[in-house]
Design a protein around this ligand. Structure first.
Ligand SMILES: [Zn+2]
Length: 474
């Protein structure tokens, strides 16, 4: 079987077609991913987008691209200010625990670290520089409320990303709004610098040449992406809900500032819904990652659930779906365990083609706009085929190791299987497990049974396998 070269193709929201990914500078992919606003814990809908971005990151590496990724942390907006003032804390004191929690959640979901996680408040000077230049170019102006606005009339291409017909949507100056978020039905000049308001902002403000205040949300992403990655990005990702107006505004202000294209490739992840409905606190179907962990699901299981549906399709979260994700991971783990127990020395030469076919199908599926369902199907086809060979005792120890090696390679993408479980198993359980091994070796079976009962009480079972015992969650 011949090795084929696959080009990684990704759907571009701007051109509405799949396009090959090529680094603009011939070397490194520059990727920007809109990050969280840290006024609360992120929910599983947010994490769907971050897991998609991680799949893209891992796939780019799998296709041998060098990569620089930035994910911004929004630590200044109306919600963070309100939270800090309510708790009588500084902005940093209020937001820092949520930033730490976010980073911890990323690691629970085995999301690879981006190269940079800049905080908006660290780059306010550069935001001011951009706004100054837009004022000089007469693209930005001061509104009656003292805030600085971007005039979308000065950017005729406004709307080119979201393909909305904005002709009938543009609002008159009198209806102009200064909120960070406004609904899809309204396109209007948007705020670059929000003038200080004592009742709303308390003691939280920055000085600027155009008065006290704070930057708008959209300008943050333009400033941090240009500063850290350069004027033109290869890939910009985010959730579909950020496409308009946030990304449209990022394009308008960045291209007006640099005079160059802002992004070559836009990738948007679809919504997550719960039991067929929009997730909302009022419907009682709102989940953070932490909620699911407290129900005894693991990060790997939540990750698999968020990962296994194609990113441009709505993902309907259900607990049955999460249980199915759990079962899929267990199936892979049981299979690996079965492979590890093979001791046959003689080779049968029946697996090389099967492995090669799986590797090609897996890679080809990913190359087609990250078609993860097809990629996963190839993995389970492999399990089925190899299980038949194991049933017929037609696979050697070395061949079994070759299969495990392929799974290690595949898990570079999935990130759900070969996780150091000792990190997630409580220390007193692993200690009891080690002591039990020792007790059994010394034929102290009473103590061994006592330790087994303790481990059971802690929610773990011991499986005695041909290659030794292992711990497993009940
Ligand atoms: Zn953004």
């Amino acid at each position: 079987m011949q090795n084929k070269t696959y080009y990684l193709k990704l759907f571009n929201t701007m051109s509405r077609q799949k396009e090959s990914i090529i680094p603009h500078d011939g070397k490194t992919i520059k990727m920007y991913t809109c990050g969280p606003t840290i006024y609360d814990y992120a929910h599983i809908g947010n994490f769907r987008t971050y897991v998609f971005e991680d799949l893209l990151r891992r796939t780019l590496k799998y296709f041998s691209f060098d990569l620089l990724q930035v994910m911004n942390i929004t630590d200044i907006d109306d919600k963070t200010i309100k939270g800090a003032l309510n708790k009588k804390m500084s902005l940093l004191e209020y937001t820092e625990p949520f930033r730490q929690a976010f980073l911890q959640d990323l690691s629970t979901l085995n999301i690879q670290k981006a190269e940079y996680y800049p905080r908006a408040t660290q780059h306010i000077d550069y935001m001011i520089d951009i706004i100054m230049k837009l004022i000089d170019k007469k693209i930005a102006y001061k509104g009656v409320d003292g805030s600085i606005y971007f005039s979308i009339e000065k950017f005729p291409e406004y709307g080119k990303l979201s393909h909305l017909d904005l002709k009938n949507l543009k609002m008159g100056a009198s209806e102009r709004i200064s909120a960070d978020e406004y609904d899809k039905e309204n396109a209007s000049d948007f705020v670059l610098w929000k003038a200080y308001d004592e009742t709303r902002d308390g003691n939280i403000f920055w000085n600027s040449p155009f008065g006290k205040g704070r930057p708008g949300w959209h300008i943050e992403c333009s400033a941090m992406s240009i500063k850290l990655l350069g004027e033109t990005l290869d890939i910009h990702c985010g959730g579909v809900d950020n496409m308009f107006p946030h990304h449209e505004n990022e394009i308008a202000q960045s291209e007006s500032f640099t005079g160059k294209p802002f992004v070559f490739h836009w990738a948007h992840c679809e919504h997550l819904i719960v039991d067929g409905k929009k997730m909302s606190k009022s419907l009682g179907n709102f989940y953070t990652l932490r909620d699911l962990l407290s129900m005894d699901f693991t990060g790997a299981e939540v990750r698999y659930m968020l990962l296994h549906t194609h990113y441009r399709t709505q993902l309907n979260f259900t607990f049955d779906g999460l249980k199915a994700a759990k079962a899929s991971i267990q199936r892979i783990k049981d299979f690996i365990q079965r492979l590890k127990s093979i001791n046959t020395e003689s080779s049968f030469n029946l697996i090389a083609d099967v492995l090669q076919k799986t590797r090609m199908n897996f890679k080809e599926a990913l190359s087609d706009d990250l078609n993860i369902s097809v990629a996963l199907a190839s993995v389970f086809d492999l399990i089925r085929e190899i299980n038949h060979l194991i049933d017929d005792k037609k696979i050697s120890k070395i061949e079994a190791q070759n299969v495990i090696d392929l799974f290690t390679e595949i898990d570079e993408i999935l990130g759900c299987v070969f996780i150091d479980e000792n990190q997630t198993i409580p220390q007193n359980v692993t200690e009891a497990f080690e002591k039990r091994k020792e007790a059994r070796k010394n034929k102290n079976f009473d103590l061994a049974d006592e330790l087994r009962d303790f481990i059971l009480d802690m929610g773990y079972v011991i499986e005695d396998m041909p290659d030794g015992a292992r711990l497993k969650k009940k």
